[in-house]
Design a protein around this ligand. Structure first.
Ligand SMILES: CC(C)(COP(=O)(O)OP(=O)(O)OC[C@H]1O[C@@H](n2cnc3c(N)ncnc32)[C@H](O)[C@@H]1OP(=O)(O)O)[C@@H](O)C(=O)NCCC(=O)NCCS
Length: 154
């Protein structure tokens, strides 16, 4: 079994991520130009990728603004799911947010995305509000979830 390593996002990953997005997020896929914009928005944006050898098997990122951080995205490839990689990526985001002084990490998740909801609930995120029919088409609600962090912002 190969080892999964977490490392910083690099510009050479962007075409790979844009291709993975189509598979993982379909209609909501981020394009390569979007990924370039995300990379250019560092250090406010902060992304990590999970690799097995040369293969990208997951990725995640945050936006940090003052004492609040937001999860921009988190995903693992289907073949890697159910083995703790999503949790590892989320823990890494929490660590990055805390390092930057954030006291809360927020995210939005589709109300019908059970695997993601369970991942967040088990990581002590709580639902703080519901945006009705936020995802279109399909009229799916968005849950806004928050986790309190240990960071202190000055
Ligand atoms: C959500 C996602 C990142 C989870 O990744 P993963 O690598 O499977 O996550 P893990 O193996 O670390 O599992 C973490 C928790 O998620 C939950 N989970 C994972 N797969 C699940 C499934 N198929 N059904 C229900 N819960 C599931 C479990 O509660 C698990 O915790 P446990 O092992 O303590 O029970 C992955 O399913 C994914 O990439 N989905 C598509 C993209 C997406 O929806 N991203 C979130 C957008 S808000």
């Amino acid at each position: 079994m190969s080892t999964t390593v977490l490392r910083e996002l690099e510009w050479t990953d962007l075409a790979t991520l844009a291709a993975l997005e189509v598979e993982l997020f379909a209609d909501d896929a981020w394009t390569e130009p979007t990924w370039w914009a995300e990379l250019a928005a560092r250090p406010r944006r902060d992304y990590v990728v999970a690799v097995e050898g040369e293969q990208v098997v997951g990725y995640a990122g945050i936006d940090v603004s003052g004492d609040v951080a937001d999860v921009m995205t988190i995903a693992t490839v289907p073949a890697a799911r159910g083995h703790g990689l999503g949790r590892r990526l989320l823990d890494d985001l929490v660590h990055r947010a805390e390092q930057r002084g954030a006291t809360a990490l927020l995210l939005e998740v589709r109300a019908d995305n059970e695997p993601a909801k369970r991942l967040y609930e088990r990581s002590d995120f709580e639902t703080i509000s519901v945006r009705r029919r936020y995802y279109q088409p399909g009229d799916v609600d968005a849950l806004v979830m928050r986790k309190h962090l240990g960071g202190t912002h000055d």
